[in-house]
Design a binder for this molecule. Structure first.
Ligand SMILES: *[C@@H]1O[C@H](CO)[C@@H](O)[C@H](O)[C@H]1NC(C)=O
Ligand SMILES: *[C@@H]1O[C@H](CO)[C@@H](O)[C@H](O)[C@H]1NC(C)=O
Ligand SMILES: *[C@@H]1O[C@H](CO)[C@@H](O)[C@H](O)[C@H]1NC(C)=O
Ligand SMILES: *[C@@H]1O[C@H](CO)[C@@H](O)[C@H](O)[C@H]1NC(C)=O
Ligand SMILES: *[C@@H]1O[C@H](CO)[C@@H](O)[C@H](O)[C@H]1NC(C)=O
Length: 391
């Protein structure tokens, strides 16, 4: 079976579940006062870029080897047996070729994680590409009345990957939470940036460089993704995976302006929303990309002229209405509008992101970032109230 067919079937696993979606959310704010939460702050680890790529993650992933294995196979085991065998054989056979096609040093980092955990390298490749395929999120960059810019995000993941009827949970989501940690990423002995990670995933989905900028990535769905990925597998390696792009920008760019330029110009493998925040007033942007080099840019600066004090992205193009079955935009807006610019800060943003449906059964964490001061906080999230929005 060829790669196209294999990938197409994998896509359907994710998409099929979105179909019977009933929950039309009224644009009402369900916020409560929950900040600061207790006992949910993520543990910290240091990732040292001065170590060889194969060794950088070993101390974090080795103690979590079993959890990483179980999490990845939660997904792989959902693929029909014969197809799973073909897919894994194909990826294993091509593993070195694929890892060498990833921009350095990501291939070697993944090899090191495979070595440290004993998890099959093909399975780790799928995991590291997984965010391109599926994922829900909410990201906000907001400016308060004093001109302080804050960046906050929820990361929701696991739709369609194993519904646990008894517990009313998504099996993959439950397996992702224990893998969460914050990293101080160090180079030349200094913290270069902070980031929130799932152990074993080397790209950057959420991170901040003090005095420079903050980035979060939200999944975007369009018809161009499969084409981009198939081109990549066929040998066209000119496109960039989103989480590798954001990590390179975190490592190599110093300023908001440089990061904006890099994120708006890189050629991408697939569609994405990249959300950028800065250290100074008016620095915030939602960057919408796709594999065909199209770009849509929504900036906080433009919005401030329209008397808005935030830009917000879930998983739908922000210039059109979200679908009725997954509207997390209007409820979040209702909370932000209720708080007003004077209420923007870690507490208001955490409370907004902890309100249903922005908090739902897929939510794994909330990260709060203030680039100007270097304040960076991340909390595990789990919707424990019943009923809770399934996505
Ligand atoms: C795997 O890790 C061991 C140490 O844990 C090291 O000696 C060996 O060289 C590594 N193998 C590869 C292929 O990186
Ligand atoms: C429900 O969750 C518990 C604890 O996480 C787990 O041990 C149990 O297996 C789950 N129930 C089912 C039916 O999977
Ligand atoms: C910003 O980072 C990108 C990606 O690593 C790099 O290509 C570019 O040269 C950097 N720009 C500046 C001005 O450093
Ligand atoms: C790129 O793809 C988008 C859909 O994501 C489409 O709206 C746009 O017209 C395309 N642009 C080009 C230049 O093909
Ligand atoms: C990382 O986070 C810590 C804790 O919030 C903060 O003190 C530090 O300034 C941050 N460092 C960078 C480089 O962002």
């Amino acid at each position: 079976m060829n790669v196209r067919a294999v990938l197409f079937v994998t896509a359907c696993v994710a998409v099929a579940v979105a179909a019977p979606a009933p929950a039309a959310a009224a644009a009402k704010c369900n916020m409560k006062s929950l900040y600061p939460p207790t006992n949910t702050e993520l543990p910290w680890h240091t990732i040292d870029l001065d170590l060889p790529p194969q060794e950088r993650w070993a101390h974090v992933v080795r103690p979590k080897a079993k959890q990483i294995h179980d999490m990845i196979y939660q997904v792989i085991d959902l693929i029909p047996a014969q197809l799973r065998k073909t897919l894994m054989e194909h990826i294993d056979a091509k593993a070195d070729e694929i890892l060498d096609a990833f921009p350095a040093p990501y291939g070697d980092e993944i090899r090191g994680i495979a070595n440290a955990t004993g998890v099959d390298v093909g399975a780790l490749i799928l995991y590291n590409m997984g965010y391109e395929i599926e994922g829900g999120c909410t990201s906000i960059v907001a400016q308060n009345s004093e001109g302080n810019v804050f960046h906050a995000r929820n990361l929701d993941f696991g739709l369609g990957f194993g519904w646990d009827k008894a517990n009313e949970t998504w099996a993959l989501t439950e397996k992702l939470r224990p893998l969460l940690f914050n990293a101080r990423v160090v180079r030349n002995g200094n913290t270069l940036f902070n980031a929130t990670y799932y152990a074993g995933f080397v790209g950057l989905l959420t991170g901040m460089k003090t005095g420079g900028f903050s980035i979060s990535v939200d999944t975007r769905f369009d018809n161009s993704f499969w084409k981009g990925l198939i081109d990549f597998f066929k040998g066209d390696h000119s496109g960039h995976f989103v989480a590798f792009t954001t990590r390179s920008v975190m490592e190599n760019n110093a300023t908001y302006a440089d990061a904006l330029k890099a994120l708006t110009s890189a050629k991408m493998v697939g569609p994405s929303y990249m959300i950028l925040g800065g250290a100074e007033a008016k620095q915030g942007a939602i960057i919408t990309r796709s594999s065909n080099e199209s770009l849509h840019l929504w900036t906080l600066e433009n919005d401030l002229h329209n008397k808005h004090f935030y830009v917000l992205e879930t998983n739908y193009d922000n210039w059109v209405e979200p679908p009725f079955f997954d509207d997390r935009r209007h409820p979040a807006e209702a909370c932000l509008d209720q708080l007003g610019a004077s209420g923007m800060g870690f507490a208001g943003l955490y409370n907004t992101l902890s309100a249903q449906p922005n908090l739902n059964l897929l939510t794994t964490y909330t990260t709060l970032m203030h680039v100007a001061t270097g304040r960076f906080e991340a909390y595990v999230q789990k919707c424990d109230t019943h009923p809770c929005t399934p996505w």
